[in-house]
Design a binder for this molecule. Structure first.
Ligand SMILES: Nc1ncnc2c1ncn2[C@@H]1O[C@H](COP(=O)(O)OP(=O)(O)O)[C@@H](O)[C@H]1O
Ligand SMILES: [Mg+2]
Length: 440
């Protein structure tokens, strides 16, 4: 006979009365030790039974309302719960089951203070804290399962459903600190997270592009802003896809950042790199339902959405098409994708309903080259006649011209002449080695 059987308790029995009067911390500690020794009741070890005890109800007097929100929505709901917990001192928490302790996780809302939000626990909110009725909320997020669940007395089932819906509505609405921000979508340990970025400071004046490009861009934005109601009324749809095409260094990323700077606040702007899009574009678009209206910037899309004729990973293409233009019509989402290689994109993805505007950013002409040089010289306080330099380098991009100025500063400091600049440009020393690949 092992010592554990010798000491075994009836696991279905209620905790002894003296335990009920212990303060929260001691009670949980004794229970944790009991669990370690194998004496804890299974019955005690799950959110429903914990909620039952907190609400003073037996199992069949308990009702629950359940939802499976997206990860980010669940984090924001956690933030709301955490804020409510901070305002009241009669709120208690229990572990998520299986003997695990309650768990908190950091939440980056872009503010100065580091926030910590509940991610796996059950929380008792006495009447008058979260809602007018007594309720417990179970929040859970791990690799396999996400849920938000509200337990109430069966007689208050309706109120429980309302509490749950209210939490979800608040998380998807004004209480979502990510709404209207500029976010980087990232895959961290297999789950999609949004990290707030500082507001881009990029301005149109800094980016020298043909007038026609800006006009097209404005039309695209208008369909999302002041023309939205009209398009809606005429049944023309407001969801737009904008494909920015051009060789490396012509300003595609920069243009997307200008757009982000102009639309942040009114729109949530999300930057996603190729790896994120390749892995989970559907999850990314699912999150937009509670962050919209949104602009999604998908960089170097050809790396992800290949051409079927070129043996691309077609599952990702199918996901991508479903996300951008699937059965579930998404309102208020502008997809801005960039590519160096439009032929690498399947024609189905280019079809007008998916990318209804395709903008090709040209390499700058002579006047453009002079203007771009002027813009970079201006930022170091120089005003030179750059006409001869602009003529000397016929096949360059904006990125190359920036590099020429940078090289001149490296060689001469912040004061040099037009002749110095011309010598640098003509020397070719500014060329970054290996910058010939299509994806660089
Ligand atoms: N037309 C332009 N006017 C001003 N700067 C430009 C222009 N094109 C590119 N640049 C500069 O070159 C750099 C690289 O541009 P980027 O937007 O990353 O190019 P792409 O995404 O097309 O490869 C940026 O710092 C950008 O400011
Ligand atoms: Mg780029």
């Amino acid at each position: 006979m092992t010592s554990s059987t010798a000491l075994s308790l009836d696991t279905s029995q209620q905790p002894p009365a003296w335990m009920a009067d212990l303060p929260y911390g001691s009670r949980e500690t004794i229970q944790a030790i009991a669990r370690l020794l194998g004496h804890a009741s299974r019955e005690r070890d799950n959110p429903a039974s914990w909620a039952g005890r907190a609400l003073g109800a037996s199992r069949d007097e308990l009702a629950s309302a359940d939802s499976r929100p997206t990860r980010t929505l669940l984090r924001v709901a956690g933030l709301i719960l955490g804020n409510t917990m901070a305002r009241h001192d009669d709120i208690t928490i229990g572990g998520p089951g299986h003997g695990d302790p309650p768990m908190w996780a950091p939440f980056d809302a872009g503010g100065a203070e580091a926030l910590s939000v509940p991610v796996r626990m059950v929380i008792h909110f006495p009447a008058g804290t979260l809602a007018s009725v007594d309720a417990c909320v179970s929040i859970f997020d791990d690799a396999f399962d996400q849920h938000l669940r509200v337990y109430t007395l069966r007689s208050e089932q309706g109120a429980g459903v309302e509490i749950l819906q209210g939490l979800l509505d608040r998380a998807a609405g004004e209480d979502n600190p990510l709404r209207g921000r500029v976010l980087q979508a990232k895959l961290a340990s297999n789950s999609l997270t949004f990290t707030p970025l500082p507001l881009p400071v990029d301005q149109r004046e800094q980016l020298i592009l043909p007038e026609a490009i800006w006009r097209e861009l404005d039309l695209c934005v208008a369909s999302m802003t002041h023309r939205r109601a009209t398009l809606d009324r005429l049944g023309l749809g407001t969801t737009r896809g904008l494909l920015l095409v051009g060789q490396p260094g012509v300003g595609k990323t920069n243009l997307a950042r200008v757009l982000a700077a102009e639309l942040a606040g009114r729109f949530t702007v999300i930057f996603a790199d190729a790896a994120t899009v390749a892995t989970d574009v559907l999850a990314l678009y699912d999150e937009l339902d509670h962050l919209g209206p949104a602009v999604v910037v998908l960089e170097d899309i050809d790396l992800v959405v290949g051409n079927r004729q070129q043996h691309a990973r077609t599952r990702t293409l199918a996901d991508f098409l479903a996300a951008v233009d699937g059965a579930k019509r998404r309102r208020d989402v502008l997809t801005v994708a960039t590519t160096n290689n439009p032929r690498g994109i399947d024609p189905a993805a280019q079809r007008s309903a998916r990318f209804d505007t395709i903008l090709t950013l040209p390499a700058p002409d002579e006047a453009g080259r002079a203007a771009i040089l002027g813009r970079y010289l201006d930022s170091i306080g120089l005003d030179l006649d750059v006409g001869r330099v602009a003529r000397a380098v016929p096949d360059v991009t904006g990125a190359d011209l920036r590099e020429i100025v940078r090289r001149a500063v490296l060689e001469h400091g912040d004061s040099f002449t037009a002749d110095d600049l011309h010598a640098v440009a003509a020397s070719g020393r500014w060329k970054t080695r290996g910058n010939t690949g299509q994806y660089l």
